[in-house]
Design a binder for this molecule. Structure first.
Ligand code: 2AM
Ligand code: CA
Ligand code: CA
Ligand code: CA
Length: 274
């Protein structure tokens, strides 16, 4: 409980610093491609969280998107998986709709998840086995829904890919409607809150899903990759998260028939390459 309260506090404080500097000029750099951006705020926030954690718990380990813990290869001890700003494009273009995401694992077991919607001051948090909350309000167990009467979320990019479109177009067609929020962590939080019924995407890194996974599972969401396998918190993977019933429907009726293609994509692009 001590670690949980500490995490809550430092994430809240880091969010406050971001809000206070939101009108200042930001420095933007590109990473793997012209649309893959990082700002000084991403880096400063990760450094701030890293320093806070290290001064309180020097024996904990931190894996962060912006450089900390790149050599981590196992889940021994207390591991913090940190995305300082999830939804950097939203941060840059909108100055809202981004989150700080942290998942804490102890010897590989889920301990606590945090997704902080910074500009709306909404902290989604969960303590494994004890429940999930939005600020101080407990989130309810998810109700089952079917695709045809559900809102789902995904990244529209997948509909433009030649082979993947065979999987994604029918899903978008059959859903009541599809949303694209641009923050994977908030996508998990939205499923946990029940305002979307499922979230599916082709490739996330551990820091994108480590926090949201714990929050979503705490309210009964099923979280797997698109081959129906459990996620490994140290590896990139595809994602299928939803209430129990829609997860079953999406997996069996939309993903399983494309198992060979999905196996090939996972083998070529994800496995052992995170
Ligand atoms: P980020 O903002 O922390 O980079 C956008 O569709 C969502 O996917 C965001 O949560 C984004 O996280 C995540 N994402 C994961 N890998 C990405 C990549 N290579 N390029 C852009 N967004 C990525
Ligand atoms: Ca990024
Ligand atoms: Ca991210
Ligand atoms: Ca990020």
């Amino acid at each position: 409980m001590e670690i949980y309260k500490f995490a809550y506090q430092i994430i809240n404080d880091a969010g406050k610093v971001i809000r206070e500097s939101i009108d200042e000029e930001i420095q933007i750099e590109t990473k793997s491609n012209p649309n893959d951006l990082v700002t000084n705020i991403d880096k400063e926030t990760e450094d701030r969280l890293f320093n806070n954690i290290m001064s309180a718990y020097p024996n904990h380990r931190i894996l962060g998107e912006e450089g900390h813990g790149k050599d981590i290869k196992d889940t021994d001890g207390v591991l913090w998986i940190v995305d300082p700003i999830d939804g950097t494009l939203n941060f840059v273009h909108q100055q809202e709709n981004f989150a700080i995401s942290i998942g804490i694992y102890i010897d590989g077991e889920k301990y606590a998840g945090f997704v902080y919607d910074v500009m709306n001051d909404k902290m989604y948090h969960a303590l494994a086995g004890k429940g999930a909350w939005l600020n101080d309000e407990q989130l309810k167990p998810l109700e089952d829904t079917e695709l045809k009467t559900s809102l789902i979320s995904t990244n529209p990019l997948w509909l433009t890919k030649e082979k993947l479109s065979d999987i994604y177009v029918p899903i978008v067609d059959d859903a009541r409607s599809t949303r694209a929020y641009g923050s994977a962590a908030l996508d998990f939080a939205n499923v946990a809150k029940g305002i979307t019924s499922a979230y599916l995407t082709m490739r996330l890194q551990p820091w994108d899903f480590a926090g949201g996974l714990i929050i979503a599972e705490e309210v009964g969401a099923v979280v797997t990759n698109q081959l129906g396998e459990k996620l490994n918190i140290l590896e990139a993977n595809s994602i299928l998260v939803g209430n129990k019933s829609i997860h079953h429907e999406l997996f069996n009726e939309y993903f399983l028939p494309h198992k060979a293609l999905l196996e090939q994509i996972h083998n070529d692009r994800f496995r052992g390459k995170s």
